[in-house]
Design a protein around this ligand. Structure first.
Ligand code: NZQ
Ligand code: ZN
Length: 383
């Protein structure tokens, strides 16, 4: 097992009605920026619950944060925060709103050009405190220190991470997810599942506890994901999906084990170039990645097949093939497409274009740092 430091200061308020407790957790004198997206929180009652929990408090609103949050939008919020002398941000939404707020909170305090945080990995030394009310279980952003921001004008989608951008607290009320469209339910389940794969599907690292944690999250998502589509108002199903998504990427299962993240790296390029939803890009890349790296990842692909998909197969070759097929079958159940053509993308032209865009910011990917942009072109061409 590798050495590690595990640090996670985010307080989680889990369950129905927990939003009512947020007033006591935010400084009484704070001037709060309530940041949200395109307005789903106004239709599903989340906005009203937040306003009632923060009755009598100084609140300024910032709306319109788009899916795959845009740098320019974030910078508008930075300007507003400085003008209004805001000292706390509450993000209400999915990963996009939360990621945007992480970047905004870092950018407000950053001395210099905030774009450098994303483009040059400039260190975030300070950030405005913020908290989240999660409405879409998927990214784990509510309990991690990562953020991904897009700059459409430059066809870039870049990530940063800093312990300064852990949320102070996050409200996880499963009933807030009842209003999600089917597509977003599936997106969230697939994203969370692939987060676990990025931290599991590498090579055995003498870390059976982390492996069992990872398998139990995937097995739960495998079983509960399709149920969430069928019974969107089943509280227990939604609660389990929500908890899985948070625990899939809150740094816990990454402790002491190798990590991959190449599927995400490539996926971000697909979103930057073609505008696909984050999870849709992962559904395209992950099966191809498993096949491209089937030799190096063999032992873990076979464990995945056994533990999650129930595959018992003596031949290693067949076990790998069956596991990839089972993953694709599950994607079908969730109605998430996994071929370029399904999204109207030219499968002949896309691999090269994606690899070239990736090469602008990345030299190598993967747990062995051995996947080059040329390899990415090859693996994306796998059928
Ligand atoms: O904008 P609103 O009106 O809120 O609508 C959103 C949006 O259109 C809607 N939605 C959210 N909650 C809803 C709802 N609609 C009805 N009812 C609700 N309860 O869903 C749409 C998508 O929301 P978005 O926040 O974009 O989705 P998601 O949570 O999947 O976030 C995706 C972003 O997170 C990044 C992705 O790259 C992408 O930019 N990621 C962040 C990570 C992190 N910080 O650790 C890791 C991930 O791998 C990922 O890269
Ligand atoms: Zn993801």
């Amino acid at each position: 097992m590798n050495n590690f430091i595990l640090y996670n200061p985010t307080k989680v308020l889990f369950g129905k009605g927990m939003c009512s407790k947020i007033g006591a957790l935010i400084d009484k004198n704070a001037k709060i920026l309530l940041a949200y997206g395109g307005g789903s929180i106004k239709k599903n009652g989340v906005y009203d619950q937040i306003k009632s929990a923060l009755k009598g408090r100084k609140i300024v609103e910032f709306s319109g944060i788009e899916a795959n949050p845009e740098y320019e939008t974030c910078m508008k919020a930075v300007k507003l925060i400085k003008k209004e002398r805001i000292n706390f941000i509450l993000a209400a939404g999915g990963g996009s709103v939360i990621d945007a707020v992480k970047f905004i909170s870092a950018a407000v305090k950053f001395k210099g050009e905030p774009w450098d945080i994303l483009s040059k990995g400039a260190e975030v030394k300070d950030a405005l405190p913020f908290a989240t009310v999660l409405t879409l279980p998927a990214t784990g952003s509510e309990m991690n220190m990562n953020s991904v921001i897009s700059r459409r004008g430059l066809s870039l989608k870049l990530a940063f991470a800093s312990p300064k951008v852990f949320p102070l607290f996050s409200v996880l009320d499963p009933t807030f997810t009842y209003s999600l469209p089917k597509k977003q339910i599936s997106n969230g389940v697939v994203d969370a599942f692939v987060h676990v794969l990025e931290q599991y599907l590498t090579y055995p690292a003498a870390a059976p506890l982390q492996d069992r944690f990872a398998e139990s999250i995937m097995l739960t998502l495998y079983q509960e994901g399709p149920k969430a589509l069928k019974s969107p108002k089943n509280y227990d199903v939604r609660a389990n999906v929500m908890l899985c998504a948070t625990f899939a990427l809150n740094h816990m299962i990454a402790s002491g084990v190798p990590q991959d993240w190449s599927t995400h790296g490539i996926g971000h390029e697909i979103t930057a170039l073609y505008g696909l939803d984050h999870a849709q890009t992962l559904a395209i890349v992950m099966p191809k990645m498993m096949l491209f790296k089937r030799a190096q990842k063999r032992a873990k692909i076979i464990s995945l097949g056994k533990a999650v998909f129930g595959i018992e197969e003596k031949s290693a070759k067949l076990a790998v093939d069956k596991t990839v097929a089972a993953f694709k079958d599950w994607l079908k159940k969730l109605d998430v497409k996994f071929e370029f053509a399904d999204y109207g993308i030219d499968a002949k032209e896309a691999p090269k274009r994606i690899a070239q865009n990736l090469a602008r910011s990345v030299k190598t990917l993967g747990e062995h740092n051995d996947i080059t942009p040329k390899d990415v072109e090859k693996l994306l061409a796998i059928k």
